[in-house]
Design a binder for this molecule. Structure first.
Ligand code: IPE
Ligand code: IPE
Ligand code: MG
Length: 243
């Protein structure tokens, strides 16, 4: 059946999504929290595929922050197990993803991620690297401040090695030192679940992002919710400091 794909006058080049509210979704249903994460992973797939159909070129989904390690070990283990399952599934679906033109990438600090998960991540990234319809970045062990700190360390090392002089450091030098190097800054950041904060997501890159909040919990987030965010985005008057 042909799906009706809505059209928009302006589309964000890059959308960031903070996939929040999985735990509350499960609690509402008297289910263990990990069940919420399972549903959240399904929503990630659904929204990513829909965004590709809409013609959005890049999305970054916040899946696990550098602060989320503070959670009870049982929950961290369940989330890691879910990544494993998701990545194995993505590997099984590689032909389907190829047809859909999905390039899957991961951003975040790879240290600290279990070896087998890391190997799967690298494998999938490598296999999907030539796809051009949409880039789906999954932020795992990601923290904006940590990312900037790592970037600054890399720049400092280049200065020490004599490759770069301090007066040549500019905003592009810093942007290029981040995980998102080469990707435009997010035009739009979506946060569901009724929270109104960034929680260390794309700290540097969000300097001029538009924000869209919703009370919907991430597992309940639908294609229509994404369309609502895009309709609101169309109406935003972005000034970037001008008039
Ligand atoms: C987001 O959902 C997923 C992760 C942070 C891993 P939460 O687990 O934060 O869900 P709530 O905020 O407790 O409902
Ligand atoms: C942000 O959600 C991180 C992810 C969605 C991965 P959190 O649930 O960790 O954020 P806080 O703690 O409510 O700020
Ligand atoms: Mg949360």
């Amino acid at each position: 059946m042909e799906k009706n794909i809505p059209e928009f006058t302006v589309l964000p080049k890059h959308i960031g999504v903070i996939m929040d509210g999985n735990g509350r979704w499960a609690k509402q249903r008297n289910l263990p929290r990990y069940k919420g994460h399972i549903e959240g992973a399904k929503t990630f797939r659904k929204i990513g595929e829909f965004a590709a159909e809409l013609g959005i070129k890049c999305m970054t989904f916040y899946a696990f922050s550098t602060e989320n390690w503070k959670r009870p070990q049982e929950e961290v283990d369940a989330i890691m197990q879910l990544f494993r399952e998701y990545l194995n599934e993505a590997e099984e679906r590689k032909e389907e993803n190829r047809e859909k033109g999905i390039c899957l990438r991961f951003i975040g600090d790879r240290r600290g991620i279990p070896e087998d998960i890391l190997a799967l991540m690298e494998h999938i990234e490598n296999e999907s690297r030539y796809e051009t319809k949409i880039i789906l970045n999954l932020a795992i062990n990601y923290g904006g401040r940590h990312e900037i700190t790592q970037g600054v360390k890399k720049i400092a090392q280049r200065v020490l090695d004599g490759e770069l002089s301090p007066e040549d450091i500019n905003e592009d030098t810093l942007s290029d030192s981040l995980y998102t190097s080469g990707i435009p800054d997010p035009d739009l950041i979506i946060r569901p679940s009724g929270e109104y904060r960034l929680s260390n997501f794309l700290t540097w890159q969000s300097a001029y992002s538009e924000f869209w909040f919703s009370d919907v919990l991430w597992p309940d987030f639908t294609e229509d919710d994404l369309c609502k965010a895009l309709q609101d985005f169309e109406k935003r008057n972005r000034r970037f400091g001008g008039i």
